[in-house]
Design a protein. Sequence first.
Length: 473
Amino acid sequence: MSEASRHNPVRVVVVGGSMAGMLAAAAVKDHVGAVEIIEAHELPEGPEPRTGVPQAVHIHMLQTGGAEAIETLLPGSTGLLLAAGAHRIPVTTNMVICSPEGWYRRWRRTTHYLITASRDLTDHVVRAQVLKDPRVAVRTHTRAVGLLGDHRAVTGVRVRTTDGVEDDLHADLVIDASGRSTRTPRWLARLGITGLAQDEIDSGLVYASRIYRAPVPTRDWPMVGVQADPRLPGPGSAGGILPIEGDRWHVSLMGAPGGHPTRDADAFEPFARTLRHPLLADLLAHAEPLTDVALTHSTANRRYYYERLAHWPEGLVALGDAAATFNPVYAQGISVAAQGAVALRDQLAKGLTTGFARNAQRAIARPIDHAWALATGQDIHFPTTKGKRPTIADRLLHRYVSRLSRTATGSFHAATALTDVLALQASPTTLVKPGVLLTALLGPLRTPLDRPPFTQTERDLLNRATGPDEFPG
């Protein structure tokens, strides 16, 4: 920080006690005098549901890029998650995935990993790490209702408590981490800042999720997934099972318009059997449901291009879902927020000088760019998608990526190229490097798998749980 900042400690207000809000606080706390988080609801003390997070009931995972970003901001967080029961899943070693091009192989060489746990546990571990810092405070039951300042600089936020009491909180930096309900576009318009571009691409997927007691020990158990194929006629559908803490499986099923899952518990497993492969239904037939079915329709990709505005006020930054939201089927939201928080921290380390907010917003946009290309590049090919239709270039690229994915079912080089990008550790442009192009041209080097690639140990566990040789996978 500058010499002036040392004599006049910087004050930061974070709008939203979400995961993005906590990561924002983690990003700035070592560079400022005080951080205050404004949260509309009460924050739980333990790994319990937080009001205002409907997506928490659906499966979550941290991509490698996201887990490493959180570890950078809050060293030791990964260890705390694992100690609390989270799972570290090596990619693709512990993954049983049916892609549109076939079953992926479980390569013994590991290049990336996923961290899987309930959203409540992940939130708790991050929140506890952040709030133990004396420089970070939380004001609960309070909403931000407007920005202070003008088009040149934001100087704080006006807040209102649940009792209707209003107050002005002055700050050197305001970070909007309020999620999908962000009001920043309207607040900017009130300041006279117009021309904000935005995109919304909605495949119409509906999520249905519930938690099961697994019929097998979940330590070192693989994640299981059946992906949708946009090339097939009819509504796209998909599903996944993630091992989480407490020997439980978190299960989510997704369906496009015309083939939505419902809240009906009796219809959950029959819907799983309609997927491209019945594996999930076969597994769930021997698991014990622990919760009701939770449903959500909020799966649109939505992005505000703050970084493109001709003018951006000093003192304001938007992070996480307040800047861009993604179809949750791609498991990118938390990881992108974490990478954006690291970008914010790196900018702040240079000093809160003129142009900081614009530079920070542009830096936050870079990980968004990569995730946006992945999510929308897939979603636009479903016939039910609204907001954009694929161009000829989109179709050609999709055909190429499909070929590369087919190659990845029998080529470690192709699989690594894809997982580099999916793990949010490489740009999608790396998929068209000469070496990767040649790999795609050569095609898979091994014969395609004709069944789910469970290990013999996993099959033995399943057969002990389901009866001798009963499991058909």
